[in-house]
Design a protein around this ligand. Structure first.
Ligand SMILES: Nc1ncnc2c1ncn2[C@@H]1O[C@H](COP(=O)(O)OP(=O)(O)OP(=O)(O)O)[C@@H](O)[C@H]1O
Length: 783
């Protein structure tokens, strides 16, 4: 052991002793606080005197209740703080820190050694920092600078200085396994160390090896919108999660984890990333999929198609007679042009065209749709649309009031009074007693009948009033349908030409709506139109929104998110080379998004270095896409991808099965057989189900499975596997140019090994790839 290492080990030992000591004290303290909370809970009602006889007694009861609740809340906060601190110390006991900088602040003569770890650690006096949290302002120097002049931002302004040395440590169980002077060594040993290992069941934090450009993403907090465009495996998701941890640290007094929301592609991905924040000592943010939100808002009116159902259709239903119509419809309905059309359509509703529903009471019309229409369009058009709707609501309520008076006189009311329950009579009696106290005299019987009658009628009218309050008299489905009911009328709202196959699109849409179904491509436009008409629902408590796999969202959906979260800053992360949905061509890059909050509020960061896969895999995958030469592989050795061409399905399955067995022997944690679609996955599973432990991942799978899985490419998005087998890379399966990005997405899931199989002629995507980058296992016929 060299001298420097020995000295550093001594420091590690001292720090660990201190941590052990703190853990032991804090364990007692936490237990004590826990007992305090339990005691308050147990004795809660003993300390509260419940007495509501007089107003003073009531007041006293409320005060003592409030005091007890406060005591409980304080106890719970104290307990949570000490138990959080305890978990942080326990984490530090394994790895107290991972980095160090020697930094000399301008104007000071002394060079300070700043050690960086997952959390702050003070010495016994509480005055000196032994370890700085990775999110502390000074820690950014570690991630941002090579030795030389350096600076960092603090709330009080910039601090300048000189970074003399930068060290990285690998500490396991309290022992320094290795330490590197990163200013001297070439390459990044920590990265090599981390990336060389196999996959984990859950994504891990990258705190010890955040790269400079990733650090920019993590710490950016200026404009409303941060756009991250990054190659496959460049650490977009990792940086997004570190960013959340950073925001929770920086704004710890202002925001809580549930004020941050991450939009992710599916439930399995949620499960895959669920450990990163707890590992960093933070609570998880809210995680949702856009689909979940759509279902939440629309499922009482429609059966909403799922985004993967739509994709599966696009991938497999080529022979369907309406295929062309449907795909044009998907592209058009996701476009900015359709968004503008909807806005223009909504504008036209100011003058005419709203669709209303009349309503009946006891089988007789109260107001007809025609009357509502006439009333609405007789209001002053200079008023705002929603004010006009308010006025209409008032008018409708008046109609109900009028009717209430008329109904009171009718015989059905008497019949209903007789059917009233004891409780109802009691209520009427109490009401009358109160009234009697105010008024000198009245006719008991007559009054009672009136009160009971009103009670009956009001109860019956309640649903109607709620109906009006919920603006259900607006037939939103009818308003949306109207947009498609006459194919030529779109000309008045659309800019430029009518979309391709428009007449057929209209018919297809109407058919679906009549069946009570909403295609995925219709869901956001429908919801947007609904909100443009009825007023927007918004959530102002959310302060940060992060959208991962953002290339799969349409500009429409972003517009929607912006309106839904008006107080939030947005981070959008994506890669257009992995845009796999049929509407993808509508947004070839994120430039459209610059208009969302305006260029001054928008920052774009590009990530071009790919960390997930070994160098030979990246050398291959980057050749699959245009502009792939801009992607730089991280220097990690490995085997070249291999292509095996087979002429019949039995051979294909036996080769894949034996490859899986070989890979299992290499002790890889995760091996994925990636298919084009769910349909192909089912086929592959049927043929390979005898492979021991093989699992079939479907749309509704929640757990990210280890071992061997068969999975459609679109579900494998965002996650990674030690070894990937492309089930069938033939021209038959990946013949169409629009599948290039899906194919690229599938191949880029591999960390260490990539094996491609092809049944017959190979996909044209591989034709131009030199055998230097893709080893051929069998003879391939090149065109
Ligand atoms: N700075 C880093 N240090 C260590 N590992 C890293 C770093 N950056 C990325 N990685 C690793 O690279 C892999 C890919 O990262 P991640 O999934 O975040 O990339 P991505 O850009 O979201 O990929 P994709 O778009 O393909 O889903 C992960 O295993 C991650 O841990």
């Amino acid at each position: 052991m060299n001298n420097e290492l020995q000295k550093e080990q001594v420091r590690v030992n001292t720090v660990l002793d201190l941590i052990t000591d703190k853990i032991s004290k804090l364990t007692d303290e936490t237990a004590q606080r826990r007992n305090e909370v339990i005691n308050v809970r147990k004795n809660f009602w003993d300390e509260v005197k419940v007495n509501t006889d007089s107003f003073d007694d009531y007041l006293e009861t409320v005060i003592s209740l409030r005091q007890q609740s406060q005591l409980l809340a304080i106890g719970q906060i104290n307990h949570k703080q000490s138990s959080n601190r305890l978990s942080a110390l326990r984490r530090m006991k394994e790895v107290p820190y991972f980095g160090r900088i020697n930094f000399t602040e301008e104007g000071l003569s002394e060079t300070e050694r700043i050690y960086i770890g997952v959390s702050t650690l003070m010495d016994e006096t509480g005055e000196n920092i032994l370890v700085y949290d990775w999110r502390a302002p000074v820690s950014s120097v570690y991630y941002d600078y090579p030795p030389g002049p350096a600076e960092y931002d603090t709330p009080g302004g910039k601090v300048n200085g000189v970074l003399d040395q930068k060290w990285q440590y690998i500490i396991r169980n309290g022992v320094i396994e290795s330490m590197f002077d990163t200013s001297l060594t070439i390459g990044d040993e920590i990265l090599q160390h981390v990336l060389g290992k196999g996959t984990n069941k859950h994504m891990r934090s990258i705190v010890a090896s955040i790269q400079k450009e990733q650090n920019q993403i993590i710490r950016y907090d200026k404009g409303r919108l941060l756009i991250v465009q990054g190659a496959a495996g460049s650490g977009k998701t990792s940086a997004a999660l570190q960013r959340i941890a950073y925001l929770l640290y920086k704004y710890r007094n202002w925001i809580k984890a549930d004020q941050i929301i991450l939009f992710s592609p599916n439930a399995m991905f949620n499960n895959y990333v669920s450990r990163v924040l707890p590992e960093l000592g933070e609570e998880n943010m809210q995680q949702v999929t856009f689909q979940e939100y759509l279902v939440h808002r629309l499922s009482d009116a429609f059966q909403v198609e799922d985004n993967y159902e739509q994709l599966e259709y696009v991938l497999t239903a080529i022979d369907d007679p309406t295929y062309k119509t449907r795909t044009s419809s998907i592209r058009f309905k996701a476009s900015t042009r359709f968004f503008e059309t909807i806005k223009a359509y909504r504008q036209s509703l100011e003058l005419s065209g709203m669709v209303f529903r009349g309503f009946k009471f006891r089988g007789k019309p109260v107001v007809t749709a025609k009357q509502i229409y006439e009333r609405f369009y007789s209001t002053d058009t200079s008023l705002k649309f929603n004010n006009r709707l308010e006025k209409l609501t008032e008018w409708l309520n008046k109609q109900i009031n009028e009717m209430e008076k008329q109904e009171l006189k009718k015989t059905w009311v008497q019949d209903e009074i007789e059917l009233l329950s004891k409780d109802d009579y009691q209520k009427a009696y109490k009401y009358l007693q109160k009234k009697q106290a105010k008024e000198d005299s009245f006719d008991d019987y007559e009054q009672e009948t009136k009160v009971l009658g009103r009670m009956v009628v009001r109860k019956k009218l309640k649903p109607l009033r709620e109906w009006v309050r919920g603006l259900r008299f607006i037939d939103i489905k009818g308003v949306y349908k109207q947009l498609f009911s006459n194919p030529t009328q779109i000309e008045q709202w659309i800019e430029g030409d009518t979309p391709e196959n428009w007449e057929d699109i209209c018919q297809l849409t109407l058919n679906m709506l009549d069946e009570g179904k909403l295609f995925y491509e219709d869901a956001t436009p429908y919801l947007l139109l609904k909100e443009l008409v009825q007023g927007f629902q918004s959530n102002v408590t959310i302060k940060f929104v992060l959208v991962d796999e953002a290339q799969d969202y349409s500009p429409f959906q972003f517009e929607f998110l912006k309106r839904l979260f008006p107080s939030a800053k947005m981070t959008v992360l994506g890669d257009f080379n992995q845009a796999i949905f049929a509407h993808a061509s509508e947004m070839g890059d994120f430039n459209v998004l610059k208009g969302l909050y305006g260029p001054n509020e928008t920052k774009v960061i590009n990530l071009t270095r790919s960390y997930r896969s070994t160098k030979p895999i990246v050398e291959f995958t980057r050749r699959l896409i245009p502009g792939g030469n801009l992607i730089t592989p991280f220097e990690r050795v490995g085997d070249k991808p291999v292509l095996t061409q087979l002429s019949n399905r039995e051979d294909l399955h036996s080769h894949i099965a034996s490859k899986i067995e070989d890979l299992k022997k290499s002790e890889f944690n995760t091996i994925a057989v990636i298919c084009k679609s769910a349909e192909e996955s089912s086929e592959a599973y049927e043929a390979l189900k005898d492979v021991e432990g093989i699992k079939h991942v479907k749309r509704n799978s929640v757990e990210y499975e280890q071992g061997v899985v068969i999975i459609p490419a679109y579900l494998a998005k965002g996650i990674e596997f030690d070894a990937v087998i492309i089930y069938d890379a033939s021209a038959q399966v990946y013949g169409d140019e629009h599948l290039r990005r899906l194919f690229y997405t599938a191949c880029t899931r591999a960390m260490h090994q990539l094996h491609l199989y092809s049944l017959g002629e190979v996909t044209p995507f591989l034709h131009d790839i030199d055998s230097e980058f893709l080893l051929l296992n069998q003879t391939i016929v090149h065109d």
